[in-house]
Design a protein around this ligand. Sequence first.
Ligand SMILES: NC(=O)c1ccc[n+]([C@@H]2O[C@H](COP(=O)([O-])OP(=O)(O)OC[C@H]3O[C@@H](n4cnc5c(N)ncnc54)[C@H](O)[C@@H]3O)[C@@H](O)[C@H]2O)c1
Length: 354
Amino acid sequence: MSELRTVTVETSPPYTVFVGPNALAASTDTLAAASALIADERVFDLFGDSPALSELPRHLLPEGEAAKTISQLERALNFLCEEALDRSASIIALGGGAATDLGGLAAAMYLRGVSWIACPTTLLAMVDASVGGKTAVNLESGKNLAGSFHQPSAVIADTTALMTLSSTEYSSGLGEVLKTALIEGEELLALLEANVTAIVTRHADVMADVICRCVQTKARVVAADPLEAEQRKVLNLGHTFAHAIEQAAGHGVIPHGVAVAAGCGVALEAAAAAGLLQDAALPERIRALSRDLGLPADLAELRDSTGCALPADELIAAMRHDKKSVAGAPRFVLPRAAGDLALDVDLDPTPHLS
Ligand SMILES: NC(=O)c1ccc[n+]([C@@H]2O[C@H](COP(=O)([O-])OP(=O)(O)OC[C@H]3O[C@@H](n4cnc5c(N)ncnc54)[C@H](O)[C@@H]3O)[C@@H](O)[C@H]2O)c1
């Protein structure tokens, strides 16, 4: 069994992210402190027989986004009450970002907060959702509108789990990896470019390296800005476009990370047009990498690959209602170069949406 990689997230208190093949089986000491398991039901069917998990009292969530409702939150909290867990309890949340968001929020609320361990099983949850302490459920009015900041006590990212992910879910995670490379800079970009085949075929060791680098980037940003005041805005690269794309397509039609990849392409185009881009070769480089990873490099490719019309006027209307808009004017994170981003850019996106 190869050694697990570790990344420390320097929040207060700090916590460790363990990454690697068979990380769940190798983390029995960390998991031994847990009192209960909240898991995506599909993921539990796949990985629940792991010795550290199978003996715990468990509560299963409907798979994916269906877990992130107020009524599912209430059920999870009632389960914790029925188990009579006290304030020393520690809860494992197992699954993709939906299960870690719901499990983390239940931990934040139960008895005003008990500790939790995130065990992400999608690529997106490993590189993004499980690190940083944001937890949430959806409301009728929109996604992630009720939640809390509640850092986990540890994160265990078992890269073996990537093998059972659907290609759609895997691509979605790759979109966030690509975004992270634009935030982080040359080293991660070069790592991706040098390992395209291993990444596309989900090589567990190579993916452990890639995930580790992405987690280091997110950990650095989160530690500097635990409550999302300013620096965390860099993580929104491509997201103003992506949220508009997801809304115009109908939620769930285009995977989030795939929309983010196209959004990064649009952000590069907008940065060049606004005269912000300092590395003229970057758009072509990202375009080539996106294609190698099977991701859309821009809106035209996204429209072609999904068959979604994504009319410019609908995208603009969605952006005006974006949570991060200021007085109805969307604000953008745009790349100057890999690793160097401009925040809060106020521009008319219309020319880049046709
Ligand atoms: N808290 C944060 O900072 C943050 C960041 C990004 C995204 N999110 C949230 O994450 C959610 C999306 O998470 P996601 O993309 O991980 O998807 P998901 O949790 O909805 O899971 C997608 C599907 O994959 C299945 N699945 C999970 N792991 C699997 C595995 N190893 N093998 C086979 N199937 C598996 C699930 O059963 C589900 O059907 C959204 O609700 C989003 O709001 C949160």
